[in-house]
Design a protein. Structure first.
Length: 127
């Protein structure tokens, strides 16, 4: 979709809110804020799902595999956790760019992904 079309649609939405100051700069500011909020919300969702999948893998699937010889759940939960882990790392880098995190902050957030309950800590501290 061309930028002009996006800006016109945003202006129509902005105009429909009955805000008094009708300029494109404010409209674009609203657009950037909406995109940032969506990015943060997406990262929070992936972060929470990644943490839960890791806890399920460690607390349920691994005992089923090694104590009761039932490895099926490790395959399913392990695959889901792997995909969520990669998504977490990619979105952490996206958050670094959008929120202007330092490389140290990014390293801490990425390190939290390999700790049980780590993503919950990173989400609370850095978002």
């Amino acid at each position: 979709m061309p930028k002009d079309t996006v800006y016109k649609k945003l202006f129509v939405v902005y105009d429909s809110l009955n805000l008094k100051k009708k300029n494109v700069t404010t409209c674009l500011s609203l657009h950037k804020t909406f995109i940032l909020d969506t990015s943060i919300r997406t990262f929070k969702i992936v972060s929470t799902l990644e943490a839960i999948s890791f806890l399920v893998l460690l607390g349920i699937a691994m005992p089923l595999k090694y104590i009761w010889d039932m490895p099926e759940m490790v395959r399913v939960v392990g695959m889901a956790h792997g995909i969520l882990f990669i998504a977490y790392l990619v979105l952490a880098y996206v958050m670094k760019e959008k929120l202007n995190w330092s490389w140290g902050t990014l390293a801490i957030v990425m390190f939290c992904s390999i700790l049980p309950f780590g993503p919950f800590y990173a989400e609370r501290k850095y978002l």
